[in-house]
Design a protein around this ligand. Structure first.
Ligand code: NAG
Ligand code: NAG
Ligand code: NAG
Ligand code: NAG
Ligand code: NAG
Length: 644
């Protein structure tokens, strides 16, 4: 975690006067907010909007973004997104063309438009992140939740808000104290309206304009609410996308609510405070230099040069990880599990035996870990649970961020046993003209999997045989027709995963006694793992939360593999193609344009990406006062419901 050392005086009172070229003295709008962790949104906006629109930068950014979209496997789906994902219908090229000519007042306005357009594709694997602006997040001291109380689901200000907000670095609460805003008394209030609308309607609005990330509307809705998670190895609680908004112009939100100790409705406008996650600065010039201008890490490298490889060349492992969701801080201690962990320490998972003595729980926070350690931790968890008498297993994937593709394949294989066969998916990449040149160049230069994802020996055929070094898997391309467009794609490919612990020959738990719980916010490798368990073993999945009466998928963000801009640019440079007319230029600003580079296809429907196959959980439950922020209570409830 970053260190927090803001003081209100440096935040809001420091006002530096600088001389401008024309001799007038004027306050530098960025100097006014320099040195702190928090800033009031209106003052922040004056700083961020002080950078003029620059046509050179716009054209540079659009060239990169549009070049990246050539590789985006889902582009043609967006022309007419199939139900139930029809909301995510966008003509990507038409929007890009509009943004490349529209008149903008400032660099901020251009970036906000581009950010919103890409964000509203609702694919967390495909994101424009300008570090100049998307390093500020607006926070509200009144996160919301949807709870069932006495049989009725309603929106509430999270009842644990006081304990939760008290874990935020002190500059946050002291800002509200300085303006005499009593947010503490709002904890647990029942929300009747937000911005004059029915609260669930306003939640829909946030889900469709702020959340992004997930094709499924139901999962986006759940992401608007505050929820628990495991971040690294620590329990934490998300603000949710209403109370935590990245790169947002919003300054406040008006609630109509009934405070917990009252019966009288009130209107209350709660101001946001912005928190900074970027590099320190003292004024506008240093803000731009340290946060907005391209730096040595912005673009890719030619990995054929030894000096560009850190340490010994290790095989690049495909990664599918969601964009870091909105801010989270610690889960207040009273709500953390009180049961003794069955395995004392593990990186990204926690393991418990429930009081029934039969149900083991493994809470897997992500698949982002040292690859050997993750496997050892799974082995320890399963072995210890079995020796403690567990005969059934609940895996909690709530807010799982995804991670290394092979670790999802490993967890599935470990639970299914070595005799089960390949536990991953068949996949493909786009075979656009530049991708075809890259693979041809990689083959000609004998480039191998240690430096390139386009190297044939990175993959196997669907019969599990590694591709020969000279096998061009994108040419000839296979034509797939999507929404009337013929999209050239590669041969079907599989991941090569080597496991560092022995896989049990048969399933360690009877697979009918294995279940998954989550809140649908299950990104990337998490989505592939749960889809695999569901499609291959009928694993029971119970999803919590969401909006009453609306369906929710269990897989939030299901691509297969993400390439960050640096990854794609490195592929181009390593193939010796940076000077090719099809290659996008280096970025001139500090930013990332990531994209979904590889698609996983359903095991049950070989031409449908798992992302576009609607698969609903067998069980759905609303959160209650006892379960929304208390994982142990949720597991005990879930085990009773699932196993009886
Ligand atoms: C626009 O940005 C480019 C690239 O950073 C820079 O060279 C140029 O001076 C800028 N133009 C103006 C008018 O500031
Ligand atoms: C709320 O924010 C808007 C700008 O979005 C501003 O015009 C308005 O004055 C703010 N209201 C309060 C009560 O702070
Ligand atoms: C809240 O504001 C709305 C719109 O301004 C108004 O109609 C309503 O009477 C107010 N409610 C309360 C409890 O003050
Ligand atoms: C696997 O499939 C490839 C491509 O279809 C084929 O060339 C190869 O001979 C197959 N290998 C085996 C062992 O069947
Ligand atoms: C899962 O359930 C479906 C429907 O009941 C059934 O058709 C299918 O064979 C089952 N699959 C497995 C792997 O048990």
């Amino acid at each position: 975690m970053r260190s927090f050392a803001p003081t209100l005086s440096t935040l809001f009172l420091a006002l530096s006067i600088t001389s401008t070229a024309d001799g007038h003295k004027r306050a530098d709008p960025c100097a006014q907010i320099a040195g702190g962790l928090f800033a009031a949104p209106a003052e922040l906006k004056s700083c961020l909007k002080s950078f003029p629109f620059n046509e050179t930068l716009r054209q540079n950014v659009i060239n990169v973004v549009s070049g990246v979209f050539d590789f985006f496997t889902f582009e043609d789906f967006y022309l007419n997104s199939p139900p139930p994902f029809q909301e995510s219908t966008v003509d990507i090229r038409a929007d890009l063309s509009r943004i490349s000519t529209q008149i903008y007042e400032t660099d901020y306005d251009f970036n906000l438009d581009l950010y919103n357009f890409v964000n509203r594709l609702n694919d967390g694997h495909t994101q424009w992140t300008p570090n100049c602006y998307a390093t500020w997040e607006n926070l509200l001291p009144t996160p919301i939740v949807s709870l069932e109380v006495d049989g009725t689901e309603s929106v509430y200000i999270a009842p644990d808000s006081v304990a939760f907000i008290n874990l935020v670095p002190s500059g946050f609460a002291s800002f509200y104290a300085s303006i005499n805003f009593d947010w503490q008394r709002l904890a647990g209030a029942r929300v009747l309206k937000i911005e004059g609308q029915d609260p669930y309607d306003y939640v829909d609005f946030i889900a469709d304009t702020v959340t992004g990330n997930f094709l499924d509307h139901g999962v986006r809705v759940n992401s608007v609410f505050s929820s628990y998670r495991l971040s690294g190895s620590a329990f934490s609680q998300r603000f949710g996308d209403l109370a935590g908004q990245l790169f947002s112009p919003a300054e406040n939100i008006t609630f109509t609510l009934i405070p917990a100790e009252s019966s009288k409705p009130e209107n209350i406008t709660v101001p946001f405070l912005s928190t900074f996650m970027g590099n320190q600065f003292t004024d506008s010039a240093s803000y731009w230099e340290n946060n907005c201008a391209a730096n040595s890490g912005t673009n890719g490298v030619d990995r054929r040069l030894g000096s560009n490889l850190h340490g010994s060349p290790a095989r690049a492992l495909p990664v599918a990880v969601g964009r870091m969701p909105s801010s989270a801080i610690g889960l207040p201690a009273p709500f953390q599990p009180s049961l003794p962990p069955v395995v004392p320490s593990a990186d990204v998972m926690r393991t418990y035996l429930l009081p029934d003595g039969k149900t083991g729980v493994i809470f897997v926070g992500s698949f982002l870990d040292d690859v050997d350690q993750f496997q050892i931790d799974v082995q320890n968890a399963v072995t210890s649970l079995k020796s403690s008498g567990a005969t059934r297993l609940v895996i909690d994937l709530t807010n799982n961020l995804g991670g290394t593709v092979c670790l999802g394949i490993f967890l599935h294989q470990y639970l299914a046993g070595s005799s089960f066969g390949y536990s991953g998916f068949n996949s493909a990449v786009r075979a656009n003209p530049l991708a075809q040149k890259i693979v041809a160049a990689d083959i000609a230069h004998r480039i191998t999997q240690d430096v390139s994802f386009y190297a044939p020996d990175q993959w196997t055929f669907v019969n599990n045989t590694v591709l020969p070094d000279d096998f061009n898997f994108v040419s000839p391309a296979e034509g797939v027709t999507i929404n009337g467009q013929v999209d050239p794609t590669s041969r079907r490919l599989r991941d090569i995963c080597s496991f560092s612990v022995p896989i049990p020959e048969s399933p360690p738990f009877d697979l009918t006694n294995v279940a998954i719980v989550s809140n649908g916010n299950c990104a990337s490798t998490c989505a592939m793992f749960s889809t695999g368990m569901y499609e291959r073993h009928n694993t029971t999945i119970a999803v919590f939360g969401g909006k009453p009466g609306e369906s929710m998928e269990f897989k939030g963000m299901a691509g297969n593999q993400v390439l960050e801009w640096t990854d794609l640019d490195s592929e181009i440079k390593t193939a010796g193609l940076k000077d090719d007319s099809l290659a996008p230029p280096d970025l001139l600003v500090s930013a990332n344009m990531r994209h979904n580079w590889r698609t996983a296809y359903s095991f049950l429907e070989e031409n449908t990406p798992i992302a576009y196959r609607s698969e609903l959980p067998q069980l759905r439950f609303p959160y209650t006062l006892k379960t929304y922020n208390d994982p142990q209570n949720l597991w005990i409830f879930a085990a009773q419901q699932i196993f009886g």
